[in-house]
Ligand binder design. Structure first.
Ligand code: ZN
Ligand code: ZN
Length: 179
């Protein structure tokens, strides 16, 4: 790999003296609307639209007028092409779709609340559930460790010299000693 290319990729900057390719600007296509000779307009993403700007506005206005007329004749407020239900401003299909959207939105709100609640609670040992009855490595009892009392026990309350029961009264142990 070329070192300049590598440096450019790492730094995100073009190397000095780099001449970018000339952008080939082709001729914009003609507007597809009949009897319109204007070139098509450019969309925000850089592609060409099918129509020119005046045609687009004209058709949008026409669509709006048509919808308004249909709604005035008793069409659905949302789709405008089906009759409104009795005492309602939506048709049956739009009403069903809106109910589905509302249920979905409500479910999303419930999920977001649950996530927020979980994120808000502090880190701590897990609470017991019905499934695991709280058995978790985070809830375990500590391993017992020897304390200082184990390594340095208390002194005998009674000195061994005073424990007379340890020594026989009439046997001084001569049998165990070497002659
Ligand atoms: Zn046009
Ligand atoms: Zn509708």
């Amino acid at each position: 790999m070329d070192l300049d290319t590598l440096i450019a990729q790492w730094s995100g900057k073009l190397p000095p003296g780099f001449v970018p390719h000339a952008v080939v600007r082709q001729e914009p296509p003609r507007c597809v609307q009949p009897r319109c000779k204007r070139p098509a307009s450019l969309k925000a993403n850089g592609e060409y639209a099918k129509s020119c700007e005046p045609c687009r506005i004209r058709r949008a206005k026409s669509c709006k007028r048509r919808r308004a007329a249909l709604v005035a004749e008793g069409g659905c407020r949302r789709c405008a092409y089906r009759k409104r239900l009795e005492g309602d401003f939506l048709c049956q299909r739009c009403r069903d779709e809106r109910d589905v959207e509302r249920a979905q939105k409500r479910q999303d709100a419930i999920d977001a609340a649950a996530i927020d609640e979980f994120a808000a609670q502090p880190d701590k040992a897990r609470r017991a559930s019905n499934l695991d009855i709280g058995v978790s490595p985070w809830n375990g009892r500590r391993k017992p460790e020897p304390s200082a009392a184990y390594w340095s026990p208390l002194p005998d309350p009674e000195p061994k010299s005073e424990q007379t029961w340890r020594k026989s009264l009439d046997d001084n142990g001569w049998r165990l000693s070497r002659h």
